[in-house]
Design a protein around this ligand. Structure first.
Ligand code: NAI
Ligand code: MG
Length: 356
């Protein structure tokens, strides 16, 4: 089993190092090979996703990804920016199904920004379509406006689009996932305003006919944003498009205490997957040794379960994470009165010790 390890930049290398330590102590004989990506690759090779990195990713059973992006690259042409590396990997490998579980661990109920009774026991799954929507739609660009309120002025535009097969396959992923959980899917759209999402709603409704044992509800994205903070436990599986899923999953992360706790898996139809924390490269705390590595460690657990057929090892990692939280260890993002503040490496070491 071969794993491509792509740390990236910002806090990426710090958090990935901890996840690699955790994988190594399991003694599964995993073959891990690292390659630069994002800002690190731009510095080394002049491109955020060098051919050699993409080749390694293609040849691996799974990819463990850290994070990319730093404000210092914001002035580069868009194709050279670090974020193009993650978008490029998703597109090149066809990683259309993004799983973002939002679970509030018992020990972190107090760290959530919501009242304890709203988040205690929270376990929802956001499934975000990852290779379509306005993030990839063409045409896009800048031009001189021909109409609108200011003809002759400079304007920018993007294209929101989804094809039927793209919606069908992500809807199936959501219904299948719900079957293994509490059998409820909330499809989030903006059908009242956008044709793309009226189509989305229609296609999801058609696919649902094959899953009569699963309950389907439709919800507008603005209401979904509200319900997520009002009554998050009313959800089971949320399925939505690329942009709404991006935003709602960040919102959901705060229910769990910190975005530093939220893992993710992005799968293609061959079960090859890219596993990464849901957060970005956090340039504000990079290099300080304080980033929370648990989202990355939990992403490694998802990798073992989904792509490598090692469910038992995944369970062990998740139990070890719960154990260190029960010991009262907290990185600053999840720290509260009465708990012990630790850094990135200490947190990783504690998980390793719990596994031993
Ligand atoms: P971000 O997720 O990097 O950071 C948001 C806030 O959360 C910051 O205050 C940060 O310190 C904190 N945070 C994030 N991860 C944390 C962790 N593990 N432990 C403790 N605190 C953590 O999002 P932001 O600031 O919007 O973006 C920063 C850069 O990351 C940008 O260049 C952005 O484009 C990029 N980005 C990359 C992603 C990826 O690699 N998949 C995803 C999202 C953003
Ligand atoms: Mg995001």
């Amino acid at each position: 089993m071969k794993i491509a390890v792509l740390p990236g930049d910002g806090i990426g290398p710090e958090i990935v190092a901890e996840a690699v330590k955790v994988l190594e102590v399991l003694g599964l004989g995993l073959e891990m090979e690292s390659a630069p990506v994002g800002g690190a690759a731009y510095e080394a090779a002049g491109h955020p996703l060098p051919e050699a990195t993409l080749k390694l990713a293609r040849e691996s059973d799974a990819i463990l990804f850290g994070a990319v992006g730093d404000w210092k690259y914001d002035t580069l042409d868009r194709p050279l920016r670090p974020e193009q590396a993650i978008l490029g990997l998703r597109k090149a490998l066809g990683l259309f199904a993004n799983f973002r579980p939002a679970i509030c661990y018992e020990q972190l109920v107090g760290a959530s920004s919501l009242k304890p009774e709203l988040v205690a026991g929270l376990d929802i799954l956001i499934i975000r379509e990852l290779t379509g929507d306005i993030y990839f739609g063409q045409p896009r660009g800048r031009r001189t406006a021909e109409d609108g309120p200011f003809p002759g002025s400079e304007e920018a535009f993007d294209t929101m689009r989804y094809s039927r097969p793209e919606i069908e396959r992500i809807a199936r992923v959501a219904f299948e996932a719900a079957r293994k959980r509490n059998k409820k899917v909330t499809s989030v759209d903006k059908a009242n305003v956008l044709e793309t999402f009226q189509f989305w709603k229609d296609v999801v409704t058609e696919v649902h006919k094959d899953y009569p044992d699963v309950q389907l509800e439709h919800m507008y994205v603005d209401n979904a944003a509200m319900q997520l903070v009002k009554a998050p436990k009313a959800f089971d599986v949320i399925v939505t498009g690329n942009m709404f899923g991006d935003i709602l999953s960040d919102e959901a992360s705060m229910l769990t205490g910190s975005i530093g706790m939220l893992p993710s898996a992005s799968l293609n139809d061959r079960k090859q997957g890219l596993y990464e924390p849901s957060h970005g490269s956090a340039p504000d705390i990079a290099g300080k040794g304080v980033a929370n590595p648990l989202a990355t460690i939990l992403s490694a657990a998802m990798m073992l379960r989904f792509s490598l057929g090692q469910a038992e090892a995944a369970d062990r990692i998740e139990a070890a994470v719960k154990a260190v939280l029960a010991q009262g260890l907290r990185t600053p993002d999840i720290w509260s009165e009465g708990t012990t503040k630790v850094g990135t490496q200490q947190m990783g070491d504690a998980v390793v010790n719990a596994l031993r």
